[in-house]
Design a protein around this ligand. Structure first.
Ligand SMILES: Cc1ncc(COP(=O)(O)O)c(C=O)c1O
Length: 416
């Protein structure tokens, strides 16, 4: 009897220690958003909440818009919307689409491009799809053809960085084609803002949506949105009013101005701690230097691709199309979920599965902002190697120590 009790106690003790270790284990977000947040940024959330009006807020709001502008590289109008990224994109559609059947071009080569097609269609637009295979870059020739065959097209929509496939679409070339034909260009910059160069003014972009909790490693809850004078003029040409009050850009801008005069620079209430956290991360990005930051993201992404290839796996896009902020690689379907769950359970590292038709085919790693760094990379790749060996996806005798040493050396400058 005594023996059984001892055994039971021992089991219970071991279980409690195991449980506590699990609970204490640090979880790291290696997913392509939300990205891992620095403890320093979390402290911004712990400060006393300020109201969404009054001089303190007015100053913080204006200064935050100023730093957001610098990341967009624009002198045009920039606002912060307390909405999800896709809903901010929908604001452009509310304002641009006046009648059913108006023609809009949506470039799509992934899940988020397809979402834009659906969103525009829901507003009654006739959507002309410029499609390319998932994992490939924009089909520029097709874009030219579609625009030349449909000169009445009102606007072109592009996802800058297709988070579902890990492809960085050629924004510069798309902008050249679109601007040559004098069309409105709307850009989803949700997974590139703060991690990849985004030259709003020079490229002639008219509406772009950035993000807080991807390449800036901020907190979700607001999105920076840049809007050109050209876009506002286009909305001003409407003969019928926008069928929304708050999504009506003209109303929204008028209310913002009117309310600003009473220290309330936004026509609705705002998540002020989230804006403060955004100000903190955006300012940090400027202090790092945008050029250096963009190079850091590109170099870390390149190192990820090198490491994953060394593990014997294939990257979905071609090297020249691969994204600097998210890496998508192919794994056997039968172990896709198991790789993710084992990484999370045993190491506390969360990576993402594929999206849409790539759901069971690919895995995705986000290396955005804080985690676009050699230390985070080495930890994840080493854990991934262990998991792939345990699941017999790769040979147990494979050794990538030399590759990792080279990677560490090449990224030394980014070690914090
Ligand atoms: C490129 C892109 N567009 C749109 C979205 C959707 O953003 P939200 O969920 O904030 O609407 C995401 C989210 O991951 C994204 O990566």
């Amino acid at each position: 009897m005594r023996k059984i009790k001892d055994k039971k106690d021992k089991f219970l003790k071991t279980y409690i220690i195991w449980k506590q270790t699990k609970m204490a284990m640090r979880k790291t977000l290696y997913i392509p958003g939300p990205s891992e947040v620095e403890p320093e940024t979390l402290l911004e959330l712990a400060k006393p909440v300020i109201a969404h009006y009054g001089p303190d807020w007015h100053q913080l709001y204006n200064e935050t818009c100023e730093v957001a502008k610098k990341i967009f590289s624009t002198n045009e109008y920039v606002t912060l919307l307390p909405l999800p990224g896709s809903v901010c994109l929908e604001m452009s559609a509310f304002n641009l689409i006046e009648k059913d059947g108006e023609k809009f071009v949506a470039i799509t080569n992934g899940f988020f491009g397809d979402n834009i097609v659906e969103m525009l269609s829901a507003h009654g637009a006739k959507v002309l799809k410029v499609e390319s295979e998932w994992g490939k870059n924009v089909d520029l020739k097709k874009l030219e053809e579609v625009l030349d065959e449909n000169p009445e097209t009102k606007a072109v929509y592009l996802v800058h960085n297709e988070t579902s496939t890990g492809v960085l679409n050629d924004l510069k070339k798309v902008a050249e084609v679109v601007k040559k034909r004098d069309k409105i260009l709307v850009v989803d910059a949700i997974s590139s803002y703060g991690g990849v160069e985004l030259d709003f003014d020079r490229l002639g972009i008219d509406f772009a949506v950035g993000y807080a909790s991807k390449c800036l490693s901020g907190i979700n809850g607001i999105c920076p949105v840049a809007i050109s004078k050209r876009f506002i003029e286009e909305v001003g040409k409407r003969k019928t009013p926008v069928k929304s009050h708050y999504f009506n850009l003209t109303t929204y801008m008028r209310l913002s101005e009117e309310w600003a005069s009473i220290g309330h620079p936004h026509p609705t209430s705002m998540p002020t701690p989230v804006v403060r956290a955004f100000y903190h991360v955006a300012k940090k990005a400027l202090e790092e230097g945008l050029e250096i930051r963009y190079r850091r993201h590109a170099d870390v992404a390149k190192a990820y691709r090198k490491a994953i290839r060394a593990l014997g796996l294939n990257i979905l896009p071609k090297e020249e199309d691969a994204s600097p902020t998210v890496t998508t690689f192919i794994v056997p379907e039968k172990v896709n979920g198991k790789i993710r769950s084992t990484l999370y359970k045993n190491f506390g590292y969360m990576i993402s599965g594929g999206l849409g038709k790539l759901e069971n085919i690919t895995l995705r790693i986000g290396h955005m902002g804080y985690t676009a760094n050699p230390e985070f990379l080495i930890k994840l790749v080493t854990a991934l190697e262990t998991v792939l060996k345990r699941l017999e996806v790769i040979n147990r005798n494979l050794n990538i120590t030399d590759e990792l040493a080279d990677i560490w050396e090449s990224l030394r400058q980014y070690i914090i």
